[in-house]
Structure formats: C-alpha cells, structure tokens
Design a protein around this ligand. Structure first.
Ligand code: GDP
Ligand code: MG
Length: 209
C-alpha cells in the first residue's frame, strides 16, 4: 500500500434521462464485484482506490452523480462542478449531444475552478442509436476534437464498452496527475486528502515557466 494519496473527483453532466446514473452504477458494480469496497456507497457518491505505481501513490477515484438535480441547471451545486478533475459529458442522441454543446459544456467552463480538467464525451445507449449511429459518431468525434476530449460510445443497458470507459477514466486520472507534475507542482503537494492547490498558485507556476 503506497503512502501518498491523491483525490480525483469525477462528475457526470448531461441531460436528464441520457443514462448518467446507469453508467455510474455499472462502474460501481463492476469495481465492487471484484474488490473490497473502500468506502460505503453514499447516495450518489462512491470511491474506488487505484494504485498509480509509477508515482507510488494511491488514486482515490471519487465518483459523483447529479442525482436528478440536472433537471434545473441552476440547482446543481456549484461545488459539484468546482472541484472536478474528470468530467463525463454524457448524451444519448443528436439532440442531447447538442444540449451538451449549448448548455452543459458552457456551464461547466463558467463554473469550474480547475483549468486543466479532462473531459470524456460519452455517447450512451449505443444499443438504440439506430439510424442516427453514423451521425452520432461523426458529430461526437468532431465535438470531442473541438474541446480536446476523448469520445467513446457505450451501453449501460447491455454493458457494452463500459469496461473501456472505466479504464479510460483511470488513464485520464493518471494524465491529470502527470500534468500537475509537469506544470511544476511538486510531488509532495500531491500527498493530500483534498485538492488544495489554488488557482493563484497554479497561475504563479505558469508564470514561472
Ligand atoms: N436502451 C438503453 N437504455 C438505457 C441505457 N442507459 C440507461 N438507460 C435507460 O434510460 C433511462 C434513464 O437512465 P438514467 O441512468 O436514470 O439517466 P440519467 O437521468 O441521465 O441519470 C432509464 O430508464 C435507463 O434504464 C442504455 O445504454 N440503453
Ligand atoms: Mg440520474
């Protein structure tokens, strides 16, 4: 067991009904079928610990779900957005992809506190894409490129590709930590229970470069 720990907050964003909670439940069930739960499942939050061997630290992957508050965007707690490191932008068809573009991504950018968050754009319900499939893949890839995200499709219903989604989240978590280090934030500062690096500290690091 490594001594250092790093919290990585993962949130879901997207329209009501696109399958955010279903994806999160799949990830949780998958993890806890195979491992001991590290923290109890509290409402719309759970935690999975994963080692990052290269840096000899443990990543606390903290999964948060919107729990229905996304019906009224303004009722979504700002703190939910503010300290997120990895954002799962979830849609299920062209219409809900457009709402990600027009509303959720902008809302995130306006309220986020962490300027190097990583995005994963997820086209869920691949089992019922139907005639829209090609267009979803085309537009999904285009938007992902625009916002420097990774695009994936999956089905929380049939469990198709959820293992890859989970693996990619882990990869992004490692990239996030690597990025912090390459931006000049020392490894010692990673030894924290919560993310304590402020925006100003971050800016001063940038200016020193
Ligand atoms: N066909 C299909 N239905 C899904 C899939 N994922 C979720 N659903 C269904 O879509 C509805 C909304 O899912 P939910 O996870 O509550 O969406 P949320 O509001 O974004 O959290 C539920 O009836 C789910 O069973 C999927 O991959 N395929
Ligand atoms: Mg939900």
């Amino acid at each position: 067991m490594s001594e250092k720990e790093k919290d990585i907050n993962i949130i879901t964003l997207g329209e009501c009904g696109v399958g955010k909670t279903s994806i999160i439940k799949r990830i949780r069930d998958e993890a806890f079928d195979k491992e001991e739960p590290t923290t109890e499942f509290v409402f719309s939050f759970f935690n999975i610990k994963k080692p990052y061997k290269k840096l000899n630290l443990t990543m606390n992957l903290n999964y948060h779900d919107t729990a229905g508050q996304e019906k009224i965007i303004s009722s979504l707690p700002k703190r939910y957005i503010r300290n997120s490191h990895i954002v799962l932008l979830v849609f299920s068809n062209i219409q809900t992809l457009n709402v990600i573009k027009d509303r959720w991504y902008k809302y995130y950018k306006e309220n986020a506190n962490i300027d190097n968050s990583r995005f994963i754009l997820i086209g869920n319900k691949s089992d019922i894409f139907g005639d829209e499939r090609d267009e979803i893949i085309k537009q999904g890839n285009m938007f992902a490129e625009e916002i420097d995200a990774h695009f994936m499709t999956c089905s929380a219903k049939s469990d198709d590709n959820l293992d890859n989604v989970q693996r990619y989240i882990e990869t992004e978590a490692k990239r996030f930590i690597d990025d912090e280090i390459s931006r000049g934030i020392s490894r010692d500062s990673i030894d924290c229970q919560s993310f304590r690096i402020t925006r100003n500290q971050r800016k001063s690091h940038c200016c020193n470069n």
